[in-house]
Design a protein around this ligand. Structure first.
Ligand code: GLY
Length: 376
């Protein structure tokens, strides 16, 4: 058995970023994962898009997302320095386009919502959209330009975080967390499949869509469910400067360029439990809608199809902070915003681990909002 200040279950973007920031704060950290970064982080498109993803009823999430976006440039600069690696930050903004007249009504509604919230987005004609992104179809009806919504290469971000966390002294345990160890009503570590244990003063649960089903986690303490997303990766001439989000005959799609020749096309949103199949129908729809928006993609290579599970919560906002079980902290439930919320989550959890106090910036997303004892 080994003992540290913090044990982290899960080596996705959130878990590894928490490991890095906690280690920088002087804590000893052990992170348990047999395949770090192979879950939702592996499928993430890397959008940093609080404005173009804004939805009615998610104002709590929007405030947190904007706070995280504000820290992103500094976080990336520090990470690239610490790791010696690029994370592919693109700051060309996001174009949100409507394909037909009905789609334009959806775009106009979103623009009205932006106005209510004081968010920056500019209405563009179809030809103005094409001046921003010349590869877009001439059939487009118009759109919005969101100058502050950017992207990173999520896989590069994860690789940089792994390196930075290791350099800061975090220890990686290459094993699956088999169960949460609870002694005298307190979480004290993780049990591994071989019967070994990894113990610490606090346990941070960052298992994404699996956070609620780790044996030993009290039933109902982590209200997270899997929300399947299928995405595609294409390779070819880089036709887009920044992210394009589209509404195409009522369906939402996004196209996120990365590297010199990569493009991510996503994504489905499916309540299918842990079904991990990539399906013909969804791949067909994604390709069809992508080609409607950017006809020049026809000759691109389809290099990858992938399904993963977002950790969804009842209000689409994450669970960050102490759980109902003493010793167990949650850093999960990031649903569609894991990449964007990585900096704010990592710094808030590191602060909580050091001070024992829930930072103000994550006060609204404390897990106790779902504790039944609070509701009674
Ligand atoms: N944030 C993109 C997605 O969840 O599909």
């Amino acid at each position: 058995m080994t003992q540290s200040d913090v044990v982290i279950a899960g080596g996705g973007l959130i878990g590894v970023a928490v490991a890095w920031r906690a280690a920088l704060r002087g804590l000893t950290v052990q992170l348990v994962d047999d395949a770090p970064g192979s879950g939702a982080s592996y499928a993430a498109a890397g959008m940093l898009a609080p404005v173009s993803e804004a939805s009615y009823g998610e104002e709590r999430l929007l405030a947190l997302a904007r706070a995280s976006l504000a820290t992103y440039p500094g976080f990336v600069a520090e990470l690239e320095e610490a790791s010696g690696m690029s994370v592919g930050l693109r700051t060309h903004g996001t174009l949100l386009v409507g394909f037909d007249e009905d789609d334009m009504r959806v775009v106009a509604d979103l623009h009205a919502f932006h106005g209510e919230l004081g968010l920056s987005a500019e209405r563009l004609t179809a030809s103005a959209c094409r001046r921003v992104e010349p590869s877009l179809t001439t059939r487009l009806r118009g759109g919005l330009h969101v100058p502050g919504d950017h992207s990173v290469d999520a896989r590069s971000l994860h690789a940089a975080l792994l390196t930075a966390a290791r350099r800061a002294g975090a220890e990686f345990v290459p094993a699956r967390a088999a169960s949460l160890l609870v002694e005298h009503g307190r979480a004290v570590g993780l049990r591994l499949p071989d019967g070994g244990t990894v113990c610490g003063g606090s346990v941070v649960l960052a298992l994404g869509a699996w956070s609620g089903v780790l044996p030993g986690v009290p039933a109902g303490a982590v209200p997270v469910r899997p929300v399947k997303g299928q995405i595609l990766r294409l390779r070819g001439d880089q036709l887009l400067a920044g992210t394009v989000r589209g509404v195409v005959r009522g369906r939402s799609i996004y196209l996120v360029p990365y590297g010199p020749d990569g493009l991510i096309v996503g994504a489905s949103v499916e309540e299918q439990g842990y079904d991990g199949r990539v399906t013909v129908g969804t791949v067909h729809e994604l390709l069809r809608d992508a080609l409607e928006l950017v006809p020049g993609l026809t000759e691109h290579e389809l290099v990858e199809t992938l399904a993963r599970w977002r950790p969804g919560t009842p209000d689409n906002a994450p669970l960050i902070g102490s759980s109902s079980l003493p010793g167990l902290l949650l850093a999960t439930g990031h649903y569609r915003n894991g990449v964007l919320l990585t900096p704010v989550t990592a710094d808030a959890v590191a602060e909580l681990l050091v001070t024992g106090v829930q930072p103000e910036v994550v006060a609204e997303v404390a897990p106790y909002r779902f504790h039944t004892e609070v509701l009674r």
